[in-house]
Design a protein around this ligand. Structure first.
Ligand code: ZN
Length: 320
């Protein structure tokens, strides 16, 4: 089939089974998709049961297969070595495919179709616009912020967590309360932290993104953030930061320029999102992920950070 070197769904699941064996991890089925496919996470236990938890999730958008490959790459790297001794310091959860129905549809159509067809779940919902907005914020009308129209690429669904994939993921994350999370996408070559207004958290995200990019051997991704113009869109990161009090980063693998170069020659939508040669991108981003998690472990949770820093934030000192 012509999506090689990307493995088809059954081979990807089999690879996850092997990785679980090699890492002596535990495979957890935390729910089922609209079409009944298991939602699977791999838990890699820490030496200390009380260690903080880190979560890496991928492929919430069905067509973004490179994201799942980066998640597997993180596990392969853990088998071969353990940069930063992460296993000693944290319990790692990896969810390589949050949207298995979208992934399977992409396979069935051999990567050809419109963006909503290959991106959404089986109800046509963009799962990354289906999380509750923090603190009762109102939906934004900016482009990409989420649509109320079924069939739109960013259709947010009838209600927050209306979809089994997001409801199950939110329940799992609420139980785990991860210290930090990384959500893997493609193809913008950027790092997008949770949207925050408070200066201490904004500063930490700048540091975490720098740690990520500095560790990347070939393509350093740029941070995309603003304290003033970013909006809440029902994306995973904002829920993870504001409702679950953990550091949360969206990683857009691949770059726009590299995507355009190969997409012009291969017009299937799949090749806009997924590099023909995934290996260098996996290496590039796995290195960044380890550095990001290492840096996040050095900080308290967002709420604790805000509590310790608030007294020093007098406008007269900081804003001038
Ligand atoms: Zn995406």
């Amino acid at each position: 089939m012509n999506l090689a070197p990307y493995p088809p769904p059954h081979a990807r699941e089999a690879e996850l089974d092997q990785l679980a064996d090699r890492l002596r991890g535990e495979l957890v089925t935390y729910g089922a998709s609209v079409e009944g496919r298991p939602l699977r996470a791999l838990r890699v236990p820490a030496a200390q049961p009380s260690a903080p938890k880190l979560v890496c999730g991928a492929n919430i958008h069905g067509v973004e297969w490179i994201a799942g490959q980066v998640a597997h790459g993180l596990l392969h790297r853990l088998v071969a070595a353990d940069p930063y001794q992460l296993r000693r310091r944290a319990e790692l959860w990896v969810i390589p495919c949050i949207n298995p129905d979208g992934h399977a549809r992409t396979w069935q159509r051999q990567g050809r179709g419109s963006l909503p067809e290959l991106r959404a779940n089986a109800h046509g919902v963009d799962l990354n616009r289906n999380f509750p907005l923090p603190g009762g914020a109102l939906p934004s009308r900016l482009p990409g912020a989420g649509s109320t129209i079924p069939g739109a690429p960013t259709y947010r669904g009838p209600a927050p967590l209306s979809e089994p994939e997001t409801a199950a993921l939110s329940a799992l994350l609420t139980e785990l309360r991860p210290h930090a999370t990384a959500n893997l996408h493609s193809f913008m070559g950027t790092l997008i932290p949770a949207s925050v207004r408070d200066r201490p958290a904004y500063r930490v995200y700048r540091e975490l993104c720098r740690a990520f990019a500095d560790a990347q051997p070939s393509h350093r991704y740029r941070r995309l953030a603003s304290r003033h113009f970013d909006v809440f869109t029902g994306e995973q990161e904002d829920h993870q930061h504001h409702a679950l009090d953990g550091w949360a980063l969206c990683v857009e693998t691949f770059t726009v320029a590299a995507s355009f170069r190969q997409h012009l020659r291969a017009p299937a939508l799949f090749w806009r999102f997924n590099p023909r040669d995934p290996a260098p991108w996996i290496d590039n981003d796995v290195a960044g992920l380890f550095a990001y998690f290492d840096a996040a472990l050095a900080h308290p949770r967002p709420s604790a950070l805000a509590a310790t820093e608030r007294p020093s934030l007098r406008p007269s000192q900081k804003d001038l």
